[in-house]
Design a protein around this ligand. Structure first.
Ligand SMILES: Nc1ncnc2c1ncn2[C@@H]1O[C@H](COP(=O)(O)OP(=O)(O)O)[C@@H](O)[C@H]1O
Ligand SMILES: O=P(O)(O)OC[C@H](O)CO
Length: 499
């Protein structure tokens, strides 16, 4: 019987199950979007039960599509939207509140209060992260302070906290009937509660954020057999890999050597560079994070430039402004005009993340005249992605001292070839798209496959990576610097809008 590896990819927009063979080729996939819940401006929630239901349904659908039974999978990995916080009751299995999504800004005030006494970088040395509403620890603090009875339940261990990897692994391995309560080290590194060097929960951080240790999951490596899945479609399969989705993409792109980097273009965009076995502290506004830890090996670290809104701006044009019906339609619309018509969009919907970390920034559209059409909006939207990525590339080069010679890309937006060309033009380096752009799921499959010996080592994985297409820069230098000047001016306009 041919054997495969499965990967659950639980993203901000949708949940997917993908099945891969030894060459890293996609054998089957099923995907379903879930609801984005916006209770107030700046708040973003997901229903954890809907996510669980969709995940289970997509597992069943992808297995049925490939006509496979659970016995055909040697193991399954999970990769997930990071920082999204869930708190649930261990006896009923019910969430105590909707999941608070990474983009949610409700802890703004807490962030300002903490930053007021000690500055935005006061926890960087321990956690690698600046104070920001982005990370999971303060979201948990909000749940404990605002959901009736939550703090008592968390203190007694009755309520369990986790990011989406914890929520899914607990449910897949039995839930109320003995599910395992774990999180992998990459996800844990995004809570701002983990000590980056020891990779354990940090007592000082728990005290600073008033978080009881009793509700926290056990931190595990990214690749290891954790337990056995009990849901019918995967009955008896080993759960053997967990990685936050951006770290999973780094693994899927086989960026195993220090200095290797990738950028993933999804709801947001995330540039990660492997920095090896030592965490490198950023001076240029990047994050220091765990890249992966395979079994008993030392953890590997990365510098990360996180951008909250890129593909989400395409969705906003589609869903809120109704400029087109499908995300794919943005490309022909943008191509119907020669340039952005003079407008720049800075999508600071959740403040600005790397390298600015401005909680109080909000979205702006500048340069409007009566000449501007929806096609210019489409073009400026794609350009906003490329400019934001350029800003984090500049920070990465400053922090690492490494000048990127090309950029490896992946994620849903890389289907957009106008974006890929503009990205190459604005960065002035070639942009490379691999054959498998589902590198997030692939990375989780690699972690799960390595744990059970399906792939022997990282050389097996490297052999699977292949280029699909490369875009070369063609923009004249003076045009690039003129455009970048406008962009920088637009970014400044977004600062200090929210009170
Ligand atoms: N052809 C396209 N052009 C531009 N954006 C696109 C295109 N196709 C998808 N997107 C955007 O990519 C995002 C989906 O990418 P994906 O990697 O699946 O995201 P996530 O993992 O964050 O859920 C959506 O925000 C969507 O708007
Ligand atoms: O689900 P994605 O691909 O938008 O990724 C979200 C990130 O993990 C947030 O940090």
């Amino acid at each position: 019987m041919t054997e495969y590896v499965g990967a659950i990819d639980q993203g901000t927009t949708s949940s997917r199950f993908m099945i891969f063979d030894r060459k890293g080729t996609v054998v089957s996939v099923a995907q379903k979007e879930h609801r984005q819940i916006y209770p107030r401006p700046g708040w973003v929630e997901h229903d954890p039960l809907e996510i669980l239901e969709n995940t289970n349904e997509m597992i069943g659908a992808a297995m049925a599509r490939a006509n496979l039974g659970a016995a055909s999978l040697v193991s399954v990995g999970i990769t997930n939207q990071r920082e999204t916080a869930v708190l649930w009751d261990r006896t009923t299995g019910q969430p105590l509140h909707n999941a608070i999504v990474w983009q949610d800004t409700r802890v703004d005030q807490l962030v300002s209060d903490y930053a007021h006494d000690g500055g935005q970088d006061r926890f960087r040395a321990i956690t690698g992260l600046p104070l920001a509403s982005y990370f999971a620890g303060l979201k948990l603090r909000w749940l404990l302070d605002n959901v009736e009875g939550a703090r008592e339940k968390a203190e007694s261990g009755q309520a369990l906290f986790g990011t989406i990897d914890s929520w899914l692994s607990w449910n897949l391995t039995g839930g109320v009937k003995g599910g395992i309560h774990i999180t992998d080290v990459t996800n844990a590194s995004r809570t701002q509660l983990m000590n980056l060097k020891t990779c354990a929960w940090d007592e000082d951080m728990l005290a600073a954020f008033s978080i009881p240790a009793a509700c926290l999951p056990r931190i595990v490596p990214s690749s290891q057999v954790y337990g056995t899945i009990v849901i019918p479609s995967l009955q008896g399969t080993k759960l053997a890999g967990i990685l936050g989705d951006q770290q999973a993409a780094l693994v899927g792109q086989t960026c195993f050597a220090p200095g290797e980097a990738k950028n993933t273009y999804g709801t947001g965009s995330f540039l990660l560079m492997n920095t090896g076995t030592e965490p490198v502290q950023s001076k240029a506004g990047l994050l220091t994070t765990v890249a992966y830890q395979f079994g008993t090996e030392e953890p590997r670290y990365a510098l990360e430039g996180s951008i909250a809104i890129t593909g989400a701006l395409v969705q906003w044009l589609r869903d809120n402004l109704k400029l087109f019906d499908l995300a794919t339609q943005i490309e022909p619309l943008a191509r119907s005009v020669a340039d952005n018509g003079g407008i720049y969009i800075v999508p600071a919907f959740s403040g600005l993340y790397a390298p600015y970390w401005k909680e109080n920034a909000r979205g702006v559209i500048v340069g409007l005249t009566r000449y501007v059409t929806r096609a210019h909006f489409a073009r400026a939207t794609l350009e906003a992605t490329a400019y934001q990525v350029r800003d984090v590339v500049a920070a990465m080069e400053e922090d690492s001292g490494i000048i990127l010679s090309s950029l490896k890309t992946d994620g849903g937006m890389v289907a957009n070839e106008l974006l890929m060309q503009f990205q190459a033009d604005i960065l002035n380096v070639p942009v490379v798209r691999p054959k498998v752009v589902e590198t997030t799921a692939l990375g989780a499959a690699y972690a799960a496959g390595l744990a059970v010996g399906y792939w022997k080592n990282i050389d097996d994985l490297r052999a699977n990576w292949e280029v699909d297409r490369t875009w070369q820069p063609t923009m004249p230098p003076e045009q690039r610097s003129r455009y970048l000047g406008w962009w920088k001016k637009a970014v400044q306009k977004s600062f200090d809008w929210a009170e």
